[in-house]
Design a protein around this ligand. Sequence first.
Ligand code: C2O
Ligand code: CU
Ligand code: CU
Length: 497
Amino acid sequence: MTTAETGISRRTVLIAGGTAVGALAVLGGGYWLGTTVGQNIEGTPKVGTELGSGKEPEILRSSGGKLTVDLIASYTEVTVAGKVARLKTYNGTTPGPTLMVKPGDLITVNFTNNLGEPTNLHMHGFHVSPSGNSDNVFVHIANGETFTYEYLLDTDHPAGPYWYHPHHHGMAADQVFAGLYGAVVIEDPKEIPVTTERVLVISDISIQSDGNVSGANMMSKMMGREGDILLLNGQIQPSYSTQQNAVERWRIVNSCTSRYLSLSFSGGSAVLLGKDSGRFSTPRQITEVSLAPGNRADLLITMGAEPVALSYTTVPHPDAMMMGASTQEYSNYPLATFTPDDSQAGSVDSIPPQQSGPDLRSSEIAAERAFTLAMPAMGGMGGMGNMNGGFTINGEPFNMDTINTSVSLGTVEEWTIVNSTTMDHPFHLHVWPMQVLSIGDNSVTDVEYQDVVNVPANSRSVVRMNFDRFDGLAVYHCHILDHEDLGMMGIIEANPA
Ligand code: C2O
Ligand code: CU
Ligand code: CU
């Protein structure tokens, strides 16, 4: 057994009969022991958070059509809620720096791996070449090596919130869970006027009392590991200051390894511009938004005179009971609060008309394909010892040497993602954004593009995509990263027309 599998996680504690601790202990730091089980955490902001002390990741901005970044992945001692933890970081912080770029830019990343294990880098959601030193997830960067990535964004690349994370097969979940993620913003060609822009990266993590990140056991990998503590921009319940009547642009990234997020915005009014790279033609007034692992939300929040809380409520895991696993529930738990000072924000102009992607429902379809996601039965302890091979798409576990799907550039396809299991899976395709036609029994009437689409338990979701450009090899997979690492991934080859 590797050390990663011997680490104490919330679920191993529970299985061993761990006792529940009070919610206050969690908010005050009792989470450190990883024993925060069996409780219902209701939302009061953490006592003692200094007003306005919330941080945002450093911004690295392109200029003159170029952004060149040195990115170093390494172990770093980081202070989380006043205690030193040993995390995996990009450039010493978690999240790593935010890359702010524009359509048409060339991004050069001089990447150095000092993790002591192999890794690589993926730009999640980018519509760029998957080959060579572009967004190529088959690149293997050994410890101590440097590799230069170059990502050329086309001038018509969709604006939106994106993110980057490691994608080395078999190690993605461990590395993301330990702190390796960062945001990318592709700015709007026509600026949306606001008072303030923020990047809010949400993640979860479990940290042992010795400061090391907890590993996962077979059961938590099966369910998708979730951390004991929720972080926003690497902090526990940070507090940000703002102005009265400010219009804030929030770009929210769900970089949790496996956790689905249901988010609400008490105290403010929220308008959703889009999810992932998909912009809605008509922005939507919302009171909550759910983000599967890997999804992003692009939001406008209008403040009043009162604080606004960005709050999280647990999305129940259908198998949790059967697995005898965590019953830690959050309801309206403030991930961060935004408190207006005495000043009034100046008024901002209304947003320019927005354009959604093309509606592929009227396109001719070159192929219809079905992809069935499968995993070992939940609760079937007999299968637990032999999970490699149990996580499959169309019966095949991921194999580096097998091309599972071949498509032709210049065509539109319709894919039905079938979920034959008792839990939801977030389906992700690299390079080509998916237009969502239906999720389970709900068909989508507007034009909505996402790069992670939820597939509900024992149900199916239908998407279409336009393989308009970029030949080469890419992947599709479940974005519960433990499932991806265990084999719920396939290789797609796009062939020139
Ligand atoms: Cu966010 Cu294939 O990954
Ligand atoms: Cu991706
Ligand atoms: Cu999955």
